[in-house]
Design a binder for this molecule. Structure first.
Ligand code: IMP
Length: 426
């Protein structure tokens, strides 16, 4: 029985895709347990770039099964687009290697319209405007539509049509543009026929695989600081991005988890609103963010928005490690720090005359926190060709060792450049 879990240990965009891609080479099954098309990462396959939003990263590994779990909210149109792109890139996403939980909830056009309308108001938090919050709200409110209904395409289309009428009433009340319910019903009916062959009881598949000793990679979307319960509420996504989401989002027992890996960037980034104590502006922010000319620059892969950037926040990372039982970390984008004279790491926060060594659970308190920094000497040597820890410049080694000590987790993987092989495994 063995599940390796990969979580984003910050605010998302930690470069999980790269790490997932590497871990997928040792997995029989890759299973996605939360989120929806709000996530995204690009994979280079045979010279073509494919953007995956909902399909797990194992799809490019021959013989690897991929599962979209019940904890995911699924946009069927985007899924079909992704499947087409994957097939065009010469790989395959078929009902043989991709199974979708019958209990995953469906994102409707109306959810997207509601998300967009909300973002235009004061209450907007800077979502990806992909309908995530409203699809999960329908699930919690018990009016959601589950993927399993796609087996009866007519009934599914009719249910989508009726729910869209109800959503239209909400949109009308906000003077927002409504959705064409009839057309949406017809489009969703057609998509149901295409998606139905992929449906399965994915919890049963996973539990059976565990019995047969298969290796499973549970891939999280977003980051644990965006978790609906443990993140910086209300500036969060609407799913469980923390370790608990693995069990509820896939339907697997906790004892089957043998390894919890967190991906963390060597500095901090965040998209959308919400507190970010180590946020930088000015020259250093531009330096860390990049211009957008490179695919690895800090611009959202789903929305293209420039990301907020800052120094590494060991307080936030320490909390992420503690809450999720993260046993090891993958530190990404170390090469971006090359050439910076002095690096700062936030080791504690100061607030209301107190000093904190973990993230306060109240976002309003977090907003008032001032980070206490520790300075470390940077390095000028190029790290991109380093393939072992000892090849790294001494100051880079010191930086990594200091983070390990501060957050109480071992850093076992270090990415030192954008290419697949530019990675150190310790
Ligand atoms: P939503 O998930 O689209 O509802 O957005 C809620 C919050 O989560 C916003 O601050 C988004 O910027 C953030 N968010 C959602 N998905 C991602 C992601 O994949 N990376 C980084 N931030 C994300």
């Amino acid at each position: 029985m063995s599940i390796t879990v990969l979580l984003g240990a910050q605010w998302g965009d930690e470069g999980k895709g790269r790490i997932a891609d590497a871990l997928a080479s040792e997995a029989d099954i890759v299973a996605r347990f939360n989120g929806g098309p709000n996530a995204g990462h690009s994979i280079n396959v045979g010279g073509k770039t494919v953007k995956l939003h909902q399909v797990p990263s194992g799809v490019f590994r021959l013989g690897c099964q991929n599962i979209i779990g019940n904890g995911v909210v699924l946009n069927p149109a985007k899924l079909l687009e992704e499947i087409e792109q994957i097939n065009e890139a010469g790989a395959q996403a078929t009902p043989e290697n991709l199974r979708i939980s019958e209990n995953a909830h469906i994102i409707l056009q109306g959810h997207i319209a509601l998300d967009k309308a909300k973002e235009k108001t004061q209450g907007g938090i800077g979502t990806t405007q992909t309908g995530i919050g409203f699809a999960y709200a329908d699930k919690a409110y018990r009016v959601g539509i589950r993927a399993g209904m796609m087996r009866d395409a007519e009934k599914f289309g009719d249910t989508v049509y009726k729910r869209t009428l109800e959503i239209n009433a909400q949109l009308a009340a906000q003077n927002a543009e409504q959705v064409d319910a009839e057309m949406t019903g017809a489009i969703y009916t057609a998509m149901a026929t295409q998606i139905a062959p992929y449906l399965a009881d994915t919890s049963a598949i996973l539990r059976d695989a565990l019995k047969r000793g298969k290796r499973i990679l549970a891939e999280g979307a977003q980051g644990v600081l965006l978790d609906i319960d443990h993140g910086t509420y209300p500036f969060v996504t609407s799913s469980s991005a923390t370790i608990g989401g693995v069990m509820t989002g896939l339907g697997v027992p906790p004892q089957s988890i043998s390894r919890v890996m967190g991906a963390a960037k060597a500095f901090s980034t965040r998209v959308g609103k919400g507190p970010m104590p180590t946020e930088l502006d000015g020259e250093m922010a531009l330096r860390l963010r990049g211009t957008g000319a490179n695919p690895w620059d800090e611009y959202g892969s789903t929305t293209g928005r420039p990301r907020r950037v800052g120094w590494l926040d060991a307080v936030a990372l320490r909390t992420a490690v503690a809450v999720n039982g993260i046993t090891e970390l993958a530190l990404t984008k170390l090469d971006i720090l090359t050439g910076i004279d002095t690096l700062n790491i936030a080791t504690r926060y100061q607030v209301d005359g107190r000093s904190l060594d973990e993230l306060p659970s109240d976002s309003e308190v977090l907003e008032r926190c001032t980070p206490i920094y520790e300075q470390m000497a940077g390095w000028t040597e190029d790290v991109q060709n380093c393939r072992s820890f000892t090849e790294l410049p001494a100051n880079a080694q010191n930086y990594i060792r200091r983070i390990e000590k501060l957050v109480k987790a071992r850093i076992t993987v270090i990415s030192v450049g954008p290419e697949r092989e530019q990675m150190i495994v310790r």
